[in-house]
Design a protein around this ligand. Structure first.
Ligand code: 5AD
Length: 362
């Protein structure tokens, strides 16, 4: 009863969000998902936008305590795709009419890397006659680097804040001066000032994270006025400090999936016209995770288009799905999944978030 009442409000308060975040009654959950889907239909339509994901390197200067490709992990076979391979993947994405791609890798800040990325962006623009939209997910950089990549032709940037709780952020990252919450916020603001469409997100079900924290994450998205959100459940990665410490102590899979879906739904209900991705990590914990994400209000999918030989090496967490599939198999599989939900794939469109254009005109 109370859930229905809250969902009828025009603007939810922090208390409302917390009430919904804490409810576990299946009837209430359904009401929340239905409302989120209704708002999605109204604000962004039933279209699903694709971003072909190219994970081109797992070299990383950072040492995040949760991540499988952290710098000090000795167990990772490091790789760096050459330009030819990246462009081949980009061409596949273009020819299969995905509309946009995401370049993601571990973090590097050296000039050789910056120049390489700049060059790759330009060549992707060239090979697609300017038609492929380019999103970057390459971590923290300085303003000048972001600007160079923007001028080269990238127009969206994803940089997750991981959690908006500063204390929790500290616990998840080594205190070596290189992992700094404040710097991440500065980066997000620089990206926005330069003109990027900006996306952020958090991990859900982290050890030590409360439902209050998750509500604060939603309010953080609002405060930063972000255009896009990509978030997913935390998944143990063996042989990381957090993996070792929390292996048997992490919240159940079901609970993490349910909270992940709730975060998607409440983001849609609260922020309305942004783009929200149903991420691979959701599917990592539930075979139907991405479909459920679309049902809960997500409108973006990021099919892995990394070349087969590299997929298994880009493992941020255990049991990453789809590592044995080819890009072609993923395409067919996802098309079926989208259809099963009643959504439609928007082939060949950039699918920018309406929020971005509205805020530009404010
Ligand atoms: N579980 C879930 N997500 C993870 N990421 C990194 N490690 C994990 C993990 N163990 C996410 C982070 C990062 C994104 C690229 O992958 O949120 O920003």
């Amino acid at each position: 009863m109370k859930t229905a009442e809250i969902l009828n409000k025009e603007k939810l308060t922090r208390e409302d969000l917390l009430y919904l975040m804490n409810t576990e009654d299946p009837k209430d959950l359904n009401l929340i998902y239905e409302k989120a889907y209704e708002i999605k239909e109204k604000e962004v339509g039933k279209k699903v936008f694709y971003r072909g994901l190219i994970e081109f390197s797992n070299n990383c200067i950072k040492d995040c305590n949760y991540c499988g490709i952290r710098r000090s992990s000795g167990n990772v076979e490091r790789f760096f795709m050459d330009k030819k391979d990246i462009l081949e993947s980009a061409r596949w994405i273009y020819e299969n009419n995905y509309g946009s791609l995401v370049l993601q890798s571990g973090e590097r800040q050296d000039e050789e890397f910056i120049l390489f990325v700049e060059d790759v962006i330009k060549e992707i623009k060239e090979l697609s006659g300017g038609k492929l939209g380019i999103t970057l997910s390459l971590g923290e950089q300085n303003r000048e680097t972001y600007k160079r990549w923007f001028d080269a032709g990238a127009h969206r940037y994803l940089l997750r804040v991981e959690t908006s709780n500063k204390e929790l952020y500290k616990k998840m990252h080594p205190q070596d001066g290189k992992h700094n919450f404040e710097n991440r916020i500065i980066c997000l603001k620089e990206l926005r000032n330069i003109g990027f469409q900006v996306g952020t997100g958090v991990m859900i079900g982290l050890p030590g994270q409360s439902t209050e924290d998750l509500v604060e994450d939603l309010l953080f998205y609002e405060k930063l006025d972000v255009d896009m959100i990509g978030m997913g459940p935390y998944i143990i990665s063996d042989e990381t400090p957090m993996g070792e410490e929390y292996r048997d102590k992490v919240m159940s899979k079901e609970k993490r999936v349910s909270l992940g879906l709730k975060m998607i739904a409440l983001s849609r209900i609260y922020l309305k016209d942004i783009n929200i991705a149903a991420t691979t990590a959701l599917q990592g914990l539930d075979p139907l995770g991405r479909e459920k994400g679309l049902k809960a209000g997500a409108n973006v999918l990021m099919p892995i288009t990394t070349k087969d030989e590299y997929r298994a090496k880009y493992q941020l967490y255990n049991d990453k799905p789809c590592i044995d599939d080819t890009a072609d198999q993923c395409k067919g599989c996802l098309a079926g999944r989208v259809k099963s939900v009643g959504d439609e794939i928007a082939y060949g469109e950039w699918g920018d978030s309406p929020h971005f254009f509205k805020r530009k005109n404010r």
